[in-house]
Design a protein around this ligand. Structure first.
Ligand code: AMP
Length: 546
């Protein structure tokens, strides 16, 4: 497939507001793509360059893009930056700058979808002193051979931000439609494979494999998540339940196979190099090949330390030796996804737990199995007294649903109303904070994963956090106009608030009253932020209580 055709389809979809029509466009195209093209096409449509399980990163931010573009159009970098700052949409600016250049072009090569993919792989793989230079050269190559429309989508792909409204759900519907496969089969295969590209490709070439998918070592799957709920209603609905401590740490997935081990964060980034002690402990605790789910906590002077301590430790990748002495890390494991090559996610939790206990000789999280509200409440209070966040309630016959935030896992913790939102922009501060970002613009997501702004937050951020945030965000600036900057939406804040209000000031239709920064959620991905649906639920719940 020529890349220009891909760009034209993106353009058609961008101009379509109907989800159904988008799925139809995709479904119509899928069957004609080759086995190699289909997964790439699917990933690119969603603005992804690599499978979701992959830790691969392009290593290409807005700054390199500006350099590459300036080179290609033969203008100074400042010219490009100010054009982008004035317009905001990077893709469209790249397109219009390439349009102006077009008249002076004599020769260019046609870009092919698979060649573009190869280039991206090359960019991601390049490392060492010359890597920036190599990435820049690849971007220059791509942009100088691109038509203006191709440029629009190349730029957005390189920043991994397509924003054409193709979410996971639309792709799943399209695969289902194109190859006549039931939605639940696709859902299940996607949970295990964690790459919609591969799901689409199997749907085309060998649909029977979609029902027999296996979780593979060193390809992490998304973690199962929890909803808020109450002990009473859980016992009423399910009777006997498992209750576990809700550890205030960092989620991990540990893989061991053929003597090799790896550990992944909740965002599925590989953390093996920064957590050598945890990897060593888990490795020693089992002789089996396993894929295990757990939470690592930090202990200082015998006591669990708050979550932030672990993050500091994880970030300090370079002096792992020093950090290891100050804080001890302790993993707790509470689920098992595969053992000795057998995928276990469809087994009931009770059975998985038995297998977990039989393959691990340490670190299995204690559990209370009970149908007594009183007993579970007592367990909850003991858990809080021991420095945990609360408890988790798990339905005994539930499968493991990767990436799912359903009613099978319920978290019980003291009431504080906080939500996770992504930061889309900021304003420069004033006075002594003039060289820092002062207030941050926050967004939630709708059902397509599109971001909708909902609030600003400035309260609750101390000077040291402000400078941490400055360092973090200065690499993520996409555009700047006056005092306002917009960021690549990549960083998640946990934000407290007093009340949710209806509002026409923000695209979400809601605003937060008294928003307050609680903490940086480095462990969370953009796809995990608060949804409009959940906000609507919160809003009606809040008003019912009044
Ligand atoms: P939250 O981050 O508030 O949505 O709560 C869910 C998180 O609690 C999970 O993602 C885990 O990181 C953490 N957690 C702590 N203890 C457990 C446990 N026993 N079972 C499952 N998740 C746990």
């Amino acid at each position: 497939m020529q890349f220009v055709e891909f760009a034209e389809i993106c353009n058609t979809i961008e101009e379509t507001s109907s989800r159904l029509a988008t799925a139809d466009i995709l479904a119509e195209k899928f069957p004609s793509l080759t086995e190699e093209e289909l997964p790439v096409f699917v990933r690119f449509m969603r603005g992804k360059l690599f499978p979701d399980w992959s830790s691969e990163k392009l290593g290409f931010g807005p700054n390199l893009l500006y350099d590459a573009l300036a080179y290609v159009i033969g203008k100074k970098r400042d010219y490009v930056v100010s054009a982008i700052n004035n317009a905001g949409d990077v893709g469209k600016v790249v397109e219009s700058l390439l349009e102006k250049r077009e008249q002076t072009m004599f020769f260019s090569e046609e870009l092919d979808l698979l060649d573009v993919n190869e280039r991206f792989l090359l960019m991601a793989k390049s490392s060492g002193r010359r890597s920036q230079q190599e990435r820049l050269r690849s971007a220059q190559y791509l942009l100088s051979n691109a038509t203006p429309l191709e440029g629009r989508y190349l730029a957005r792909l390189m920043l991994e931000e397509m924003r054409i409204g193709v979410g996971e759900g639309v792709v799943k519907d399209a695969v289902s439609k194109a190859f006549g496969i039931p939605a639940d089969v696709i859902e299940h295969a996607h949970q295990a494979l964690n790459d919609l590209g591969e799901v689409a490709s199997l749907a085309k070439t060998d649909p029977s494999q979609l029902t027999e998918v296996h979780i593979t070592a060193f390809r992490p799957v998304k973690m199962m998540l929890a909803q808020q709920g109450s002990i009473t209603s859980m016992v009423e609905t399910h009777g006997k339940l498992a209750a576990e401590n809700k550890y205030d740490g960092s989620r991990f997935q540990f893989h061991k196979s053929g003597g090799k081990c790896a550990i992944y964060s909740r965002r599925l980034e590989e953390m093996t190099a920064s957590l050598p002690d945890v990897v060593g402990m888990l490795d020693k605790a089992t002789d089996h090949d396993v894929i295990i789910d757990g939470e690592v906590i930090a202990i200082m002077n015998g006591k669990p330390m708050p979550f932030q301590t672990i993050l500091r430790r994880i970030r300090r990748k370079h002096d792992v030796g020093d950090a290891q002495e100050a804080i001890t890390l302790l993993p707790w494991v509470f689920d098992i996804l595969a053992a000795d090559g057998e995928t276990l996610i469809d087994q009931p939790f009770l059975r998985r737990r038995q297998i977990l206990e039989s393959v691990m000789n340490a670190y299995v999280a204690p559990q209370l199995v009970s149908d007594s509200v009183d007993e579970i409440e007592a367990y909850y209070h003991t858990s809080l007294d021991n420095g945990n966040e609360g408890i988790m309630l798990k339905v005994l016959d539930s499968p493991y649903l990767p990436g799912n935030r359903g009613k099978l896992w319920i978290k019980i913790k003291p009431e504080v109303d906080t939500i996770d939102l992504v930061v889309t922009g900021a304003e420069w501060g004033e006075g002594k904070r003039a060289k820092m970002f002062g207030s941050f613009l926050l967004a939630c997501q709708d059902e397509n994963g599109d971001l909708l702004e909902i609030s600003r937050v400035a309260t609750g951020i101390d000077d040291s956090m402000l400078s941490t945030l400055y360092d973090l965000f200065k690499e993520k600036i996409i555009a700047e106009k006056g005092k306002t900057v917009s960021f690549e939406p990549d960083v998640v804040f946990e934000v407290g608030y007093a009340e949710l209000q209806r509002s026409t000031n923000y695209a979400a239709g809601y605003a937060l009253r008294f928003p307050r920064f609680v903490r940086l959620r480095d462990d969370k991905d953009v796809y995990e932020i608060e949804t409009l649906e959940s906000l609507t639920r919160r809003y009606s719940l809040q008003n019912k209580e009044e």
